[in-house]
Structure formats: structure tokens, C-alpha cells
Design a protein around this ligand. Structure first.
Ligand code: GLC
Length: 614
């Protein structure tokens, strides 16, 4: 079929619904016609090899749901200097079994006012130090040759104040002012502030910024230099969709839609998760299925479970392909601090009960802080107070609590309410940093055991596990950001250190921290990708083993019954259970009956029975 015909067919499939939603939101048929023309243009411009992938993937729509998927997220400069450097390091990523690479934001952004790249000044230009669009396309092609998918951010809620639209708006050009939220007196901003919570209450309080030279206020939900875009203006929607398609056409496989719940604002609401957000995401899904159906949408929805799930849309009208399993992540660390898996089990039961079509991205740490978004209703029914509990968690993870070897720093702490979020690398949170510092071998072994147990538990969940670069060698917190005036105020930089290549080389030297982590993870990854029981379509349940510190997970398909046991306590515990048949310990290869098994402190067991062995 000719590419024009393929395009027409895909457009026809979605045209009516797309037009309907567009008109509902904008009631502007000229702008809709323009959108269709541009979709055609981007479809024709799409390189032949990316079009080939589109066709393949349309034929195998579940291509990204397999148990061999393993992601890693990294900063280009920290990892390899620039895009060309990343291309040279793909073999290292392959050695980590990674086949899905999320590059942290790399588009043009002003120095010192970049929010780690999330303040984009030009959606079509790579930050010069990191390379060019050509380098990006070459990297995408090199990744595809090695069966690695490439993921980038699409920061759609706001632009940098240095974006050309913002510059023109600042000069008073009405056309461009209407692409943002401008107010010439504080009355309406004050109204908004009454209902809109703050994202960065300490580092960037409020939701508006006063522009001296204009004498007006502009909406800035994040940092003052990140101006919120006004999606009520169809010009904003159209232009941002063109940027989205432009980026997709550089060979991206996954596009992470940053801060998506925030994109629609309505006075008198919280300005989060409004119905129009879902209309927009649904339109994006259709637009990408028309132009670049091989591209997946990953929604960044850092919210409680009831808010997250609607971003999958419905079976007939899907929105995102994948979402972050954020509450499970935060609840995991809660279990680490409390040695109690009850809340985690409850959370996992919710996720396991969702349709298998919903694909989650599982992770222990990412580039952001951990906000303590837990199920406080349940905790309250167990007699725990939200503020007190958050305070406990923050004391625990900063190492100011008995029994804690964790190291890290608070984020956006409010001395009045004592509310705060937390930053630190996985290894530092697990106690590796304090053990290395104290040169205490026993502590180090315990910390590595905990770190590996958490990864094993993450790999046991359904979905795509996403490693944070450096975690594969136990990278520690990096305190250098404190000396850098551009980063000092933002403690998230503690876990955004340069990748220590010298230490990484030690991953081949038996007995080093790096080797223990690296080979431990590799074994887990290899087991995971070789067994269908880890496929996200597999029936998965928690398994009650009658000890509040031990989490049991059961995965079962026609051939195999898999049980994972994870001990969150420091000391040995018993998983009270009785299973029929002979189980194999997948790590040691030992075989035996499964009845009331003991699990060493902070350790795990991966046990499996092939059905015919019963
Ligand atoms: C997302 C990013 C975060 C950034 C924010 C604003 O939440 O993960 O790093 O600060 O969006 O773009």
C-alpha cells in the first residue's frame, strides 16, 4: 500500500472521534483542518525505517508487554557527556540487559533556569552541549539496531520563559500572551491560589509569578521560569501536537508526557486531572496512531491510584499505553522503614486487580523526589496520623531514626507543617553509603542484600521494570550539588550525580560492591526474561504468609507456579505456607518441598514449580 493510502486508512479509523472531541473543546473547524493537514505532512516526512516499525508494531500490538522488557533512565551528560557519547556506550547498556532507554530531558533549556531540562526553550533543538537533532536520530537508529527502544520527555504543560512564545508574550504581543495565562492584577491569581495546591511549596511557592516589566502576573505552577501553557487556545494545542509529532519522527519509541494532569486549568478547581485533560490525551493517542502508530505514550501521573488509572482510558478509547506505578513505589519504601508489608500488600492487591491491559512502569527510584503519597485512610484506621507518619519516614530515611542506615535529604520541607518529601539514591537509602563510609563489611552485606531484595521484588511485579542509572552498581548520593549555585536549592540533584565509570569497571571484579550488585541484578534479569511467568498478562496475586514483614507474590500460568517471598525485616522470618509438589529455588537451583520456609533478614526467595513436576 502507498504511504498516502496507509495514512488515509489510519485517519479514517479515528477521524470522527477526533473531530468530535476537537470540536467539543475548540469548536473551530479551520484549526481542525489545519491539524489534519499537518498530520499528513508529518506522516509523509516520517523516515521509511520508522514507518516499517510502525507497521510491524501495528501487527503485533502487544510488542511492549513482554517479560523481556527492561528500562533504564539516565541523564545524557552524567552518563556519557553528550548524545554521541551515549551511542558509544550502548554496549554497556546491553550488558545491563536494558532494552528501553529513557533519556532525561535534552532539549534546549536556559542554564541555571532549567529544572533539570524540564523548562524547554525550543522543542525542536537539542541543548548544544548535548548534540544536535541529527545525533538524536543517529542514536535512535543505533538503538534500534541493538533492539533498544528510545524514550524522551514531552514537556507539554509549560515552556521556559525563554521560549520564543514567552519572549513575545513578555513584550506584550497579545497573540502570544493568549498562549499563557496572563492577569493584570492579583485578584484572579488569588482566586486560583485558593483552590490550587502548590507543586514546590518551598523552592517555588505559589502558582503565579509577577513580571515587573509588564506589571502583570503569569501562571507558573512549577518554577517561576516555567510558564503554564493555555490549552484553551487551539493554537497552543495544534502547535504542541506538531512539536510532539516532530519529536516522534526523530525515531522515538516512547514519549513520556510530563506532568500531564496539570495541562488544563479551570478557576475554582484544583487544576489537576480535569476532564479536558483526558480529552487531550485521547486526542494525542489518536494523533499518534494516525501518524506514528509505533510510538507509545507514557503518562507521568504522580497521583493517588484512583487518579492514575483513568489515564489508561477505556478498551475502546485508550489514552496512555503505560503509566508509572507511583503509589506502589512510595509504599515500598514505607515497608522498608516500618518492616511491615500490610499496606504494600493492600496496594498491590489494587494493582493486581486491574485489567491486564493496563501496563505499569515499575521503579524504585527516579530522578524526582519521593512524595509520601500513601493510603492514609488505611493508615489512619490502624491508628496512624498522616503528619506524624510522614515525619517518621523522613527521619528514617535521613538516618535519624533508630535502626536506620539510610542516607539522603529532605525535599521541599516546610518547617511549619513539618511536611517534606525525600531524595537519595536506592543504594544510599538501603544503607550502602553508611556502610561504605564506616567500612563495615557486615553492614555492607546487609545493605546489598536489601537493595537486591527490593529489585527482585520490583522484577516480580507485572509491567516494565525501570532501573535508575547507577543503581546497577550501587551508586551513592552525590553531595557536589551543594557547591553549585545553580543546583544548591534543589536537593533532587543528590541523586543526579555523574555516572562513576571508574567504579563501574569494578563490576567485573569479584567481591566488590559494584560486582555484587551488577551480577545480582543480572541474574534476576536473565531469569525474568527467560520465563513467561513474568509476562504482564500472567495472573498475579499477593500471597498471605502470615508474617507482617514478609511479602508473598504468586504468579501463575498454565506451565508454572511462581512464588516470590520478600522479607522486609532485619532478622530471619518464616513464611507460613504449605504448597504441593517440588519447588526450585531459581537463584540457587536447589529443589525441595515448600512448607513454612525461612527467609533470611532483608532477603528474598524466587521459587518455582513447573506444572508437570507436580
Ligand atoms: C515532572 C518531572 C519533574 C519536573 C516537573 C516539571 O514532574 O518529573 O522533574 O520538575 O515535571 O516539568
Amino acid at each position: 500500500m502507498k504511504i498516502e493510502e496507509v495514512f488515509r486508512e489510519r485517519l479514517n479509523r479515528h477521524h470522527d472521534e477526533l473531530r468530535w472531541l476537537y470540536m467539543e473543546l475548540y469548536n473551530n473547524s479551520d484549526m481542525f483542518a489545519e491539524l489534519c493537514d499537518q498530520m499528513y505532512r508529518f506522516a509523509m516526512e516520517r523516515a521509511a525505517e520508522f514507518r516499517r516499525l510502525d507497521t510491524q508494531r501495528e501487527k503485533a500490538p502487544g510488542w511492549f508487554r513482554k517479560n523481556d522488557m527492561l528500562g533504564m533512565m539516565l541523564y545524557i551528560d552524567n552518563f556519557a557527556g553528550n548524545l554521541k557519547g551515549v551511542k558509544e556506550k550502548l554496549d554497556y547498556l546491553k550488558s545491563c540487559n536494558v532494552n528501553c532507554l529513557h533519556l532525561m530531558p535534552f532539549l534546549e533549556t536556559p542554564k541555571g533556569r532549567s529544572d533539570g531540562g524540564y523548562a524547554v526553550a525550543d522543542f525542536r533543538k537539542v541543548q548544544p552541549e548535548l548534540g544536535t537533532m541529527k545525533d538524536l536520530v543517529e542514536l535512535a537508529k543505533a538503538c534500534h539496531k541493538k533492539q533498544i527502544n528510545l524514550c524522551m520527555d514531552f514537556v507539554m504543560n509549560h515552556t521556559s520563559e525563554e521560549h520564543e512564545w514567552a519572549k513575545k508574550a513578555r513584550q506584550g504581543d497579545g497573540e502570544y500572551m493568549s498562549r499563557y495565562f496572563f492577569f493584570d492584577n492579583p485578584a484572579i491569581p488569588r482566586e486560583y491560589d485558593r483552590t490550587v495546591p502548590q507543586v514546590f511549596p518551598t523552592t517555588a511557592p505559589g502558582n503565579f509569578t509577577y513580571l515587573n516589566e509588564r506589571g502583570s502576573y503569569v501562571m507558573t505552577s512549577f518554577y517561576p521560569y516555567q510558564w503554564d501553557l493555555n490549552y484553551k487556545n487551539p493554537r497552543v494545542f495544534n502547535e504542541m501536537m506538531y512539536n510532539f509529532l516532530f519529536l516522534a519522527n526523530q525515531g522515538m519509541d516512547i514519549i513520556r508526557i510530563d506532568a500531564v494532569p496539570y495541562i488544563w486549568k479551570e478557576l475554582g478547581t484544583q487544576c489537576r486531572n480535569l476532564p479536558q485533560v483526558h480529552t487531550i490525551v485521547r486526542m494525542m493517542r489518536m494523533i499518534s496512531e494516525i501518524v506514528c502508530p509505533g510510538v507509545l505514550l507514557l503518562g507521568e501521573v504522580v497521583m493517588e491510584p484512583e487518579k492514575v488509572v483513568p489515564y489508561f482510558g477505556t478498551v475502546e478509547k485508550p489514552e496512555c499505553h503505560m503509566l508509572y506505578n507511583v503509589t506502589t513505589m512510595a509504599t515500598t519504601w514505607n515497608s522498608v522503614a516500618t518492616r511491615d508489608v500490610r499496606l504494600l500488600k493492600k496496594q498491590m492487591d489494587i494493582v493486581n486487580g486491574l485489567p491486564k491491559d493496563y501496563l505499569f512502569l515499575n521503579y524504585l527510584r527516579c530522578h524526582d523526589d519521593i512524595g509520601w503519597g500513601l493510603d492514609y485512610g488505611t493508615l489512619k484506621s490502624w491508628g496512624m496520623d498522616e503528619a506524624e507518619h510522614k515525619y517518621f519516614l523522613n527521619c528514617y530515611f535521613t538516618g535519624n531514626q533508630q535502626g536506620s542506615e539510610s542516607r539522603g535529604e529532605l525535599y521541599n520541607d516546610d518547617p511549619v507543617t513539618r511536611d517534606a518529601r525525600f531524595c537519595g539514591t536506592t543504594a544510599s537509602m538501603c544503607g550502602v553509603e553508611s556502610a561504605v563510609y564506616e567500612r563495615d563489611e557486615e553492614k555492607l552485606s546487609n545493605a546489598i542484600r536489601l537493595d537486591l531484595m527490593l529489585h527482585a521484588y520490583m522484577f516480580t511485579q507485572s509491567g516494565i521494570p525501570m532501573l535508575y542509572s547507577g543503581d546497577e552498581i550501587g551508586q551513592l548520593n552525590d553531595y557536589a550539588y551543594r557547591e553549585n549555585p545553580e543546583k544548591r536549592e534543589d536537593s533532587r540533584y543528590i541523586h543526579r550525580g555523574s555516572f562513576p565509570w571508574k567504579l563501574a569497571k569494578l563490576n567485573q571484579e569479584k567481591g566488590t560492591l559494584q560486582e555484587r550488585m551488577f551480577s545480582g541484578l543480572r541474574q534476576l534479569e536473565e531469569i525474568r526474561r527467560s520465563r513467561k511467568v513474568f509476562d504482564s498478562s500472567t495472573a498475579t496475586y499477593t500471597y498471605d504468609v502470615k508474617d507482617p514483614a514478609v511479602l508473598g507474590i504468586l504468579r501463575e500460568n498454565e506451565e508454572e507456579r511462581f512464588i516470590g517471598l520478600f522479607n522486609f525485616a532485619d532478622e530471619e522470618r518464616t513464611a507460613w505456607m504449605e504448597e504441593e509438589g517440588v519447588f526450585t529455588n531459581l537463584i540457587t537451583g536447589e529443589k525441595g518441598a515448600l512448607c513454612n520456609v525461612t527467609v533470611p533478614g532483608h532477603d528474598f526467595l524466587w521459587l518455582s514449580r513447573k506444572k508437570e513436576e507436580k
